[in-house]
Design a protein around this ligand. Structure first.
Ligand SMILES: Cc1cc2nc3c(=O)[nH]c(=O)nc-3n(C[C@H](O)[C@H](O)[C@H](O)COP(=O)(O)OP(=O)(O)OC[C@H]3O[C@@H](n4cnc5c(N)ncnc54)[C@H](O)[C@@H]3O)c2cc1C
Length: 304
């Protein structure tokens, strides 16, 4: 989506503002990312329903405007220069959740933690491990969020998507490909997800929920500005342990610091820049390559 961005030559702002109520110009992406980093996006639009999305995609195609879709920005790094184009966020109709028997039909903009809470209320098991993963259902499905050995694809039944040309399609499970923190749901906008769960004992589910929340109290730098794990775990080891073994906990560049709680979490101490974050990412990559001959790959999405 971000690739091939180009300077917008027409005053598209006027056109967009006349159509979309929730339209902003020069919106700082630091306001929409958990790292609180990122410069201004030319345009930021909250899209409320299918009709608005179709209309927006029509304009995007007509004027060849670059765009990027975000959820809660909990896995994103925008550069200090910002984004030349339109940032899309799904709200309103896309935040609705419906429980039908043992299925949950969720708008892609719905908050994953609230979705998990609803599944617990209905004594439905399958999502409880994901209680503490920040973000939206759309973001979680796109990146196949999860824990070490349990990922969200395990409970997906069908997904509703829009192509970039504005065509709606329902995908069944066999049409999707998932792997560790990745999916083939790339050149599309996910708008709805149906999870299929199992009836189970509510106390058992609640127990798992409490354990997941408790675990993070000691293993993650809660209350800081971060984006979760910066790097994917290489096959044989945990990226955090590798970084820790080099004595890099607390190491910082500018105001970006490697957490002393979890070395795969990089923290914006308050006035950090995306540039310093990129420098720190590259610095750690080089150190790991030199010492272990391992090429770390970023888990966060870097949008340049
Ligand atoms: C404290 C903390 C802890 C975390 N713990 C975990 C963890 O345990 N496990 C884990 O997997 N992750 C974890 N993360 C990372 C992050 O929460 C997940 O990746 C999350 O699923 C991202 O959701 P989001 O809505 O914030 O997506 P964003 O960060 O906004 O976007 C992520 C990607 O999804 C795409 N996307 C978002 N919505 C849509 C859509 N509707 N259609 C198509 N593409 C879309 C975006 O374009 C982008 O490529 C953690 C993050 C933090 C800050």
């Amino acid at each position: 989506m971000a690739a091939g961005r180009r300077i917008i030559k027409i005053d598209i702002g006027q056109k967009l503002s006349s159509i979309f109520n929730d339209f902003k110009e020069k919106e700082l992406m630091s306001k929409h990312t958990t790292l609180c980093l990122g410069g201004p996006a030319d345009y930021f639009i909250e899209v409320k329903n299918d009709e608005e999305l179709i209309l927006l995609l029509k304009i995007i195609n007509e004027y060849e405007i670059p765009f990027y879709i975000i959820g809660s920005g909990s896995n994103l790094l925008f550069c200090d220069e910002g984004f030349k184009g339109i940032i899309i966020k799904l709200v309103d109709e896309f935040e609705k959740v419906e429980v039908i028997d043992t299925t949950l039909v969720c708008g892609a903009g719905s908050n994953l933690t609230s979705v998990v809470k609803q599944s617990v209320e209905h004594s439905l098991s399958g999502l409880e491990h994901f209680i503490a993963i920040p973000g939206t259902v759309g973001g979680a499905v796109c990146g196949n969020a999860g824990l070490k050995d349990i990922w969200i694809d395990s409970v997906i039944d069908t997904i509703e998507i829009f192509s970039y040309q504005g065509k709606k399609k329902i995908l069944v499970k066999k049409e999707m490909d998932f792997e560790y923190r990745n999916s083939n749901l790339k050149n599309c906008i996910i708008t709805k997800v149906k999870f299929v769960l199992k009836k189970a004992d509510k106390n058992g589910i609640l127990n798992t929920v409490s354990q997941e929340i408790e675990k993070r109290k000691y293993s993650q730098p809660l209350g800081t500005k971060n984006a979760g794990c910066i790097f994917k775990n290489p096959q044989s080891s945990a990226a955090g342990s590798l970084i820790d073994s080099l004595g890099l906990k607390n190491y910082s560049i500018g105001n970006i610091q490697i957490s002393d709680v979890h070395a795969n979490f990089f923290i914006n101490k308050g006035f950090g820049s995306s540039n310093d974050m990129l420098l720190l990412i590259n610095f750690v990559k080089e150190k790991i390559k030199d010492k272990f001959n391992i090429e770390l790959k970023t888990e966060i999405k870097i949008i340049k």
